[in-house]
Design a binder for this molecule. Structure first.
Ligand code: AMP
Ligand code: GLY
Length: 415
């Protein structure tokens, strides 16, 4: 089949690696893609958030399947435009992508479906936010209602800081702080049938030992040997099935990838957030372990035949990804620095560009996502960090403790 993948980040490079390796894929086109994807696929320029442009490209390349990577095109209705042309598309409608596009909408769906999540108040003025903060204990959690590219959430014990964020955002959700380790669970769904992938853990803070500000994610690993044995089954029953049923009953079924961000609280797993797409960088480790061909799975979800898809198969062992970030990230990143050692298997490109003279340069905050699998987490870590050690990028930084505690089995159900 001919597959068109939309996006240009590390998630899309990881997806492209899996799609290119699927024997049922005879042509892979990625738009706009990045220099790391170029050896795997035909790259085409496109404005990913332009529904008409993506739909026209899907028709032009005679795609059998379109896969939309990032959230902004989904929220903009790109999947609707592609399907309107009669092309199978993996990715929710604009109406269903509101599960990610509006925190308040997601909360209202969870409330209607009795999904375990933090108590919340939706606020549209600073006075409302102040009143809402009074209903919760610190630390306070204040979330921008709309898409904010990983910068929308402030967790703080300072009322002033919490209110300043509410003022900056306009419309916010104020919610209860959920204690406990975080887990990302990806669920492939056609709106009715739902297939969970392997849970993974992301490292959100920029520095070792979770120091410093939140980022888009500085690394990830799977599997989670320390997680409760019934975690996936419980989340499917308590969260995923009721959410999908609620979306169907509203006439806006959610088909695509439901990303369930969870806190494993003492009272059980509770939803921190829903996203409408694969997570980055967790996708890098989950796909490194998925033995089932990816395109067939996505095509089944895109065509409403997921219930007939065979059970997923996984490779033994573990996978680790370490993000190499630009100077000053997660602040405004310095870009344009030359990168060496990054054009080899396992080095996933997230924010790179090709200079006119052919040099590979940094072009974003998260530049590379260096991924390796191994017999166990210790082996996977060693392999990933060996690859990191071969990379040069002036001013770059990375965490040195991705999956370290898990590899040492220091996690007794705790992060
Ligand atoms: P989000 O943008 O919703 O992924 O939130 C970013 C990060 O903020 C999450 O990964 C958590 O670390 C933190 N966070 C968000 N909501 C909560 C909450 N209710 N309790 C604790 N931490 C939270
Ligand atoms: N890794 C977090 C996210 O993709 O939102």
């Amino acid at each position: 089949m001919r597959v068109l993948l939309i996006g240009s980040g590390g998630r899309e490079h990881a997806l492209a690696v899996s799609l290119a390796a699927d024997p049922s894929v005879d042509q892979l086109i990625v738009a706009p893609g990045n220099p790391g994807i170029a050896p795997l696929a035909t790259l085409r320029p496109v404005t990913a958030t332009d529904p008409a442009a993506v739909a026209a490209l899907a028709v032009e390349v005679a795609a059998d399947l379109v896969m939309i990577g990032p959230e902004a095109p989904l929220v903009a209705g790109v999947a609707d435009a592609v399907r309107a042309k009669g092309v199978a598309c993996f990715g929710p409608s604009g109406a269903a992508a509101r599960l990610e596009g509006s925190k308040e909408f997601a909360k209202s769906v969870m409330a209607a479906a009795s999904v375990p999540t933090a108590r919340y108040r939706a606020c549209s003025t600073v006075d409302e936010a102040r009143a809402a903060l009074g209903e919760f204990e610190p630390p306070y959690v204040v979330k921008n209602d709309g898409l904010a590219a990983g910068k929308g959430v402030v967790v703080t014990s300072s009322v002033d800081e919490a209110l300043a964020h509410a003022r900056d955002c306009g419309r916010v959700v104020v919610e209860e702080f959920l204690p406990g380790p975080e887990v990302s669970l990806f669920v492939v769904t056609d709106g009715v049938a739902a297939v969970p992938l392997m849970p993974a853990q992301d490292f959100k803070r920029v520095g070792d030992d979770d120091a410093g500000p939140n980022t888009g994610g500085m690394g990830a690993y799977a599997p989670l040997a320390w997680a409760p044995a019934d975690l996936v089954e419980r989340v499917m029953r308590e969260t995923v099935e009721p959410t999908l049923a609620e979306m169907r009953s509203r006439g806006t079924p959610f088909a695509g990838l439901l990303y369930v961000g969870l806190a494993l609280t003492p009272a059980g797993p509770k939803v921190i957030e829903f996203n409408a797409r694969f997570g980055d960088p967790e996708t890098q480790v989950v796909l490194a372990l998925l033995a089932t061909p990816l395109a067939g799975l996505l095509h089944a979800a895109a065509t409403g035949t997921l219930a007939e898809h065979p059970p997923l198969e996984w490779r033994p062992g573990a996978a680790v990804t370490v993000v190499v970030a630009s100077h000053n990230y997660p602040g405004p990143p310095r870009t344009g620095d030359v990168i060496t050692g990054a054009e080899r298997p396992g080095v996933i490109h997230a924010g790179t560009a090709r200079r006119d003279d052919g040099a590979l340069i940094s072009a974003g905050g998260r530049v590379l996502s260096v991924t390796a699998a191994g017999g166990d987490l210790a082996e996977a870590r060693a392999a990933a960090y060996a690859l990191v050690g071969d990379i040069t990028l002036d001013g770059s930084h990375h965490r040195t403790d991705i999956a370290l505690k898990a590899a040492r089995s220091e996690l007794d159900g705790r992060p």
